[in-house]
Design a protein around this ligand. Sequence first.
Ligand SMILES: Nc1ncnc2c1ncn2[C@@H]1O[C@H](COP(=O)(O)OP(=O)(O)OP(=O)(O)O)[C@@H](O)[C@H]1O
Ligand SMILES: [Mg+2]
Length: 312
Amino acid sequence: MIVTVTPNPVLDRTLTVSEIVLNEMTRALETREDWGGKGFNVSRALKALGSHSLAMGFAGGATGEKLAAGLHGLGIATDLIPVAGETRTNIVISNRAGTQYVKVNEPGPTTSPAEAAAFFDRVTLQARPGDLWALCGSLPPGLPTDFYAQLIGVLHERGAKVLLDTSGEPLRLGIGAQPYAVKPNLPEVAAWLGHPVEGAAALAEAVDSLMTQGITLVALSLGSEGLILATDDTRVWMRPPEVAALNPVGAGDALVAGLLWALSQALPLAEVAAWGVAAGTAAAMREGVSVGTRAEVQAIRQRVTRVPWPSG
Ligand SMILES: Nc1ncnc2c1ncn2[C@@H]1O[C@H](COP(=O)(O)OP(=O)(O)OP(=O)(O)O)[C@@H](O)[C@H]1O
Ligand SMILES: [Mg+2]
């Protein structure tokens, strides 16, 4: 069983314009809406790969109702805690060529301690030994910054495995709770370390630093450069083929889905990395935050190459 957690879900509204121009009215050529938030993106990508997941999170107001209905329409099971505030809407404006975008995120509704407590009650009901949980994205206002750290504690007690994909203070505190896996991108790991990460040696060092925190599986995603996946004794760097990336927003979430899917199939580490990269790249090649089909991911998987690990 795979469970995704999206504390701060969102209606992603993507507007396509011919060119992005400032200080002028621009007409949208196309509008699309995706029911998202990062954990829900993972659930959608898992679905495309052929795996069921349970999507948990908070939902409020008319947007929250649309969110729940939208996820159900996609065939995704949900356990959403109602909140008094309105679920947020994020806007992406992309040019038609897919070379530029502007993304504006709302902070999300303030979540009360009682709503957070209701969520933890649901988690204790859902958590089973051996299940994989993906904790994804930012926290809405009102939740404590150690929300993920607390959640990791509760899930560990129940024998579940946790993959954490967030940034900033929730990432730092979450790492302190020693999740099974983390999936930072380059800016997130640089912020955690407190210095830029440039060049192969610095990448290797960043991975080592995360491993020394007591994490079992470190997944450092590198955009078009792919993914470094590390366990105690193995490092694998997989690079995607050169592709026309239309919209890399959400590619990291698809990558997480690829990793979870491959882990649930008990594939070897290099295969887990390759499937993660392929799922991420398939999503980057699509518009909006849509995800690749199983066939697309499989085709890209064949073109993923292993990069020699920088030694010395
Ligand atoms: N330009 C690109 N070309 C090919 N593949 C890409 C590109 N951008 C992203 N990807 C694929 O998606 C994966 C994840 O991308 P990235 O490291 O940008 O994640 P991220 O920053 O966490 O994204 P997000 O949080 O917006 O979902 C990469 O490992 C790669 O497989
Ligand atoms: Mg990400």
